[in-house]
Design a binder for this molecule. Structure first.
Ligand code: ADP
Length: 433
């Protein structure tokens, strides 16, 4: 409006000057005045329009030239508007780039599919996982498994599927289609190897526990039934009752070990550092206890070279060392020797239990501390084993930032060792016995 008024005012001014000239000067002069003034004004407008026309044809980031006369304000405002729009665009592009970079860093593969299941866009993970390249190619060129084709065809009701992908041996992936409408769907590929492994471990564990419990329960039920149905003399009755008792204590030990293991696994926090354990006293007591258990069948040795005290949880370290000692007794034939030692190597504390027992073949060693893993199931059961002792011991050592080590030779014997980190040894009385 202001522009129009300014333009009008200029016309009125030219006309007014023309009238004055007509009246007070020569009539011809008024004509020349008006012709020149209107001509100049049209020229000015034409020049600005030409500038504007030229500017619109230029690339977007060119500056708009400054205007003159009534055009100045208009050109200034237009230039400001164009600058603001360019700033907003740059900001949006930056934002988009950041989002792209973030999506590309995602470990999950993301693919946007159009209504014909052609790839519209994919992130780096998807390109690497499925070998996606080029523009608008059908997704089934890259993922050829029949299960995937079935999922694509099943539309909205598509259930996630689990697949292995070529070139990724040993890994398991879950592929999921998301997006209600068919014109745009998102395909998500996620590595679920760890998840699947935990799932398998969990069901293995449940199967193992059920199996371990079923055996004594079956035996107990069988003996109880015999006791009820048969007319037995006192000696036979006693034998059956003793078997029942033996099986119930196996079950009791199993339940106790399971509870210990689950408590250890639940407490992921570091154990408190302020409790100190007298390793010398602990090992002496454990060896005395072992002698009773062995009942003279084995010879024992105890060597205490390390510091008296360490930081840790007494009950746990005792249980870890006891597991090694009872195993040594159980897997060493009569007349064997069991040597217990406590020493320091490279600043770290080592509790070692060496036996001259049956030993373990090398192929079993990597799995020996797994839950329910036994070399000889029969022997473990006969001697009252639950298959959980070493798993518990390993957990305890991990909680103390230490570890469990095994060295063994079949037929010759084994050495099981507990390593405690240097930080847990009490330096003040190092070497004292
Ligand atoms: P278990 O209750 O069966 O003894 P563990 O977890 O304590 O369970 O031990 C797992 C397996 O390791 C045992 O079944 C046995 O085969 C083997 N093992 C453990 N300690 C010894 C040892 N000192 N000598 C030989 N084999 C051993």
């Amino acid at each position: 409006m202001a522009f129009f008024l300014r333009y009008l005012a200029a016309i009125v001014a030219i006309l007014a000057v023309g009238l004055l000239l007509e009246r007070f000067a020569r009539p011809g002069l008024a004509f020349w005045w008006m012709a020149t003034a209107f001509g100049l004004q049209s020229l000015l407008s034409a020049a600005h329009l030409a500038q504007l026309n030229h500017w619109t044809a230029l690339p977007r980031n060119r500056e708009l030239p400054a205007g003159m006369g009534p055009w100045r304000g208009t050109f200034d405002r237009l230039a400001r508007f164009v600058r603001q729009e360019a700033d907003a665009r740059a900001e949006m592009l930056g934002e988009l780039e950041r989002i792209h970079a973030a999506v590309d860093r995602l470990p999950d593969g993301l693919v946007v599919l159009d209504r014909f299941d052609h790839v519209v866009w994919s992130n780096v993970a998807a390109q690497e996982l499925h070998g996606i390249f080029g523009a608008r190619r059908p997704i089934h060129h890259f993922i050829r498994q029949p299960e995937f084709h079935a999922m694509l065809a099943s539309g909205e009701a598509a259930q996630p599927i689990r697949l292995t992908l070529p070139g990724r041996p040993g890994r398991i992936y879950e592929l999921r289609l998301q997006g209600a409408q068919r014109d745009q769907r998102l395909l998500i590929t996620r590595d679920i190897t760890e998840h699947a492994r935990l799932d398998a471990m969990r069901s293995d564990f449940v199967a193992n526990v059920s199996h371990e419990i079923r055996t004594p329960v079956t035996v107990i039920a069988g003996f109880a039934e015999t006791l009820l149905t048969l007319d037995l003399d006192e000696r036979e009755r006693r034998t059956y009752l003793e078997s029942i008792l033996r099986q119930s204590s196996t079950m009791q030990r199993l339940v106790e070990d399971l509870l210990t293991l689950s408590t250890l696994e639940a407490s992921i926090d570091r154990p408190p550092d302020d409790e100190t354990v007298d390793v010398h006293e602990m090992l002496r007591a454990l060896v005395d206890e072992a002698k009773v258990l062995s009942n003279g069948r084995h010879a024992f040795e105890l060597e205490l070279l390390g510091p008296r005290r360490v930081d840790g949880i007494a009950a746990e370290l005792e249980s870890a060392a006891r597991n090694l000692l009872t195993n040594a007794i159980r897997y060493t034939p009569d007349g064997g020797r069991i040597s217990v030692s406590w020493s320091v190597h490279d600043g770290e504390g080592w509790i070692s239990v060496r036996d001259t027992g049956i030993g373990i073949a090398p192929e079993h060693l990597p799995r020996i501390a797994e839950r329910f893993y036994r070399v000889d199931r029969g022997r473990s059961r006969e001697t009252g084993g639950t298959g959980l002792g070493l798993a518990i011991t390993k957990r305890i050592m991990l909680r103390h930032q230490g570890s469990l080590h095994v060295a063994s030779e079949l037929g010759k014997g084994s050495t099981f060792s507990l390593r405690l980190p240097a930080a847990r040894l009490r330096a003040d009385d190092a070497g004292a016995t």
